[in-house]
Design a binder for this molecule. Structure first.
Ligand SMILES: Nc1ncnc2c1ncn2[C@@H]1O[C@H](COP(=O)(O)OP(=O)(O)OP(=O)(O)O)[C@@H](O)[C@H]1O
Length: 298
């Protein structure tokens, strides 16, 4: 478990994180969302023990992370910009990491090299951004970390590689119960991958919830009628975001689907369609309720 408690981090006079707290559980993927400059990298580097804090604490399985070599040998951070040893190829980097990370697996390294189809003898500085990203992911996963911190790790990857990385991460979390934190400014990218989402804004985590809880009971309903209906015909429904367009009404409602369907019956619709909300739609509603404009945040 990773526990971030009331941390403050500044650079000179500029305070980037202030009184920020969050918890990441074992066996989960935490998606960190925030706009450019909101402090995602700063938070990840603080959790990785790269940055010292002005105040507050970060504990990994009960141990303070800063300057803690034992924890760092079980943790891997992929930054948004890659630093490889000069003249290095993937084999050189593999030897380098093997010496530091006790969890290193040659079998995993070989398997991933084959899956991603990257020549381990090719010089890394000559590779494209997306290929360097893949190299970083191969090396990270080969260390078999207990904690994996990924800064915008889908940037530059093509759709096939994105889907491969998602699958690998999901497998790893299920198999080894590791903790993964992954940052992005694109919520759609994290949909279907993360089981927990936090939004960073104004130096703090302003929203923090499990995806299950967020989605619980929230559905989009679309009703079609023989004749146009008036808005007040839908009075008594517990709904949000009602859009009435002649004979068609769409709205979002929480609660028991069967009960809401039963409520719709009295309006005698010719069609009732129910579909789950996307994560983005859930956020829009949640943020509106908290009087934040989500579109300004991510
Ligand atoms: N080493 C540093 N020295 C001074 N200021 C810094 C440093 N690192 C980050 N900052 C400042 O802290 C703020 C947050 O930056 P950070 O890189 O953490 O944001 P981010 O959410 O990761 O952004 P992006 O999505 O663009 O990568 C920015 O205003 C940035 O200029």
């Amino acid at each position: 478990m990773i526990c971030v408690k009331e941390i403050k981090k500044s650079f000179g006079d500029a305070v980037v994180l202030d009184n920020l707290s969050l918890t990441m559980q074992k066996g989960s993927i935490y998606g960190l969302i925030g706009h450019n400059g909101s402090g995602k990298t700063t938070l990840l580097k603080s959790i990785a023990g790269i940055y010292g804090l002005d105040s507050g604490s970060i504990f990994v399985d009960g141990q303070a992370v800063f300057d803690n070599e034992q924890i760092k040998r079980r943790m891997f951070f992929i930054p948004d910009e890659h630093y490889f040893l000069s003249q290095a190829n993937m084999d050189t980097m593999a030897r380098f990491y093997k010496g530091f990370y006790p969890g290193w697996s040659d079998v995993t390294f070989k398997r991933l090299t084959e899956i991603f189809e990257i020549d381990p003898s090719e010089k890394l500085t000559g590779l494209s951004k997306g290929m360097q990203q893949q190299v970083a992911i191969i090396l990270a996963l080969s260390t078999r970390p207990d904690y994996l911190l990924l800064d915008e790790c889908f940037d530059g990857l093509d759709p096939v590689k994105r889907s491969l990385v998602r699958r690998l991460l999901t497998e790893l979390v299920a198999e080894k119960e590791i903790v993964v934190m992954i940052s992005s400014h694109n919520i759609r990218e994290l949909e279907d991958l993360c089981d927990h989402i936090g939004i960073i804004n104004n130096k703090q985590i302003i929203y923090d919830s499990s995806v299950c809880e967020m989605r619980q009971g929230m559905n989009k309903y679309r009703l079609a009628f023989k004749k146009s209906i008036a808005e007040d015909a839908l009075n008594g429904f517990i709904h949000k975001n009602l859009v009435l367009n002649g004979k068609v009404a769409t709205f979002v409602a929480g609660g028991d689907e069967a009960e809401i369907r039963a409520q719709t019956e009295r309006l005698d619709p010719v069609l009732v369609q129910v579909s789950p909300l996307t994560l983005e739609e859930v956020f829009l509603i949640e943020m509106e309720e908290k009087e934040y404009d989500f579109r300004d945040i991510v």
